[in-house]
Write a protein of this length. Sequence first.
Length: 372
Amino acid sequence: MERTRILIVEDEQIVADDLRETLEILGYEVAGLAVSGEEAIAKVVTTQPHLVLMDIRLEGAMDGIEASHIIQTNFQLPVVYLTANADRATLERVKQSQPFGYVMKPFSERSLATTIEIAIVRHQAELEVHRTLQTVQAGKNAAEELAHEKSEYLCLLAHELRNPLTAIKFATEVLQSHSEQLPDEKKMRYIQRIQTATNSLNKLLEDVLTLEHSNANPLEWSPLEVDVVGFCEELIEVLQVNCDDHHTLTFSTNVERYHAFLDEKLLWHLLNNLLSNAIKYSPEGGTIALQLLGEPDRFSLCISDQGIGIPPQTLLHLFTPFYRAENVGQIPGTGLGLAIAKQCVNLQGGSISVNSTLGQGTTFTVILPREK
Ligand code: ATP
Ligand code: MG
């Protein structure tokens, strides 16, 4: 076991020698000797003692009480006074400096040893309490941060719900009050607005539920052996039909067949969000490429487009729910797709990164492990 290391602060050489001898007989290690408060502070740094034995009257401008205050505050070390000086005023100052012990000269070996042991135990206990308090405080801060994030999230969600709800309210009011005067064509337009708003409400709720569900049930996903090549080919086919040849979707891979342990639902949410973004943020006629690179124990999926790109200063915030870059203009969206994609990647132990040049295009790269 490591011996307790003690720094002696004493300006009388004979007393200091006597102390050194006594401490060594008691089984302690003398870390060093200082004759002034200034030297004591310097030696605390260089010798790293466990405890300081401090005389009150010292050489130099600083007395033992001042030196002790600096040592206890800055180095969290226990200080025990050892002095013959016991007038009332000094005792009052000693009390206020909250020492770990006080031994009157001349001292007995036993009282010195007991005071040192009690000081060490009390110091350990105080450190433990301090550590516990720090852990409790860190937990409290994290809980407060989470509560703050949740409330911000709810405000943004309410804001996103308001737009389509306002559109529905307005269109239904017009239809209700002016139904007879309105030509059929206009009525149809209002009904279409209601349908569009309902669809966007539906998508918003689905996205929020997906995000919340995967947050609340991180283990509730079931990896199965998935034919990744077949999965990608099918998804590209479906999305190509949906975007009516306004964009060209391509798929390429370095492997003919590739199986990996994945949750198909998570993989679908992941690729669907990334590919939908690539389509949505590209001009008509643009090409969107999905590339699968299969390796023995992991694989990557790259989704590249030649679209509007992402401003570099916004890249850091992209995966935060409801965040949208300022260059999206009138392109609709709620800012949830990438948060969902990131969650899907995390749940499968993978990583996602982005590379983008404003006005030229964007590439998202997802790396996923092949096994569970
Ligand atoms: P939705 O929730 O409907 O998907 P969204 O597309 O705005 O809405 P995310 O998919 O989370 O939300 O994307 C967040 C933001 O990242 C977008 O608003 C856009 O600014 C930027 N972004 C994402 N993908 C691309 C891309 N391929 N090209 C350019 N910007 C992109
Ligand atoms: Mg999106």
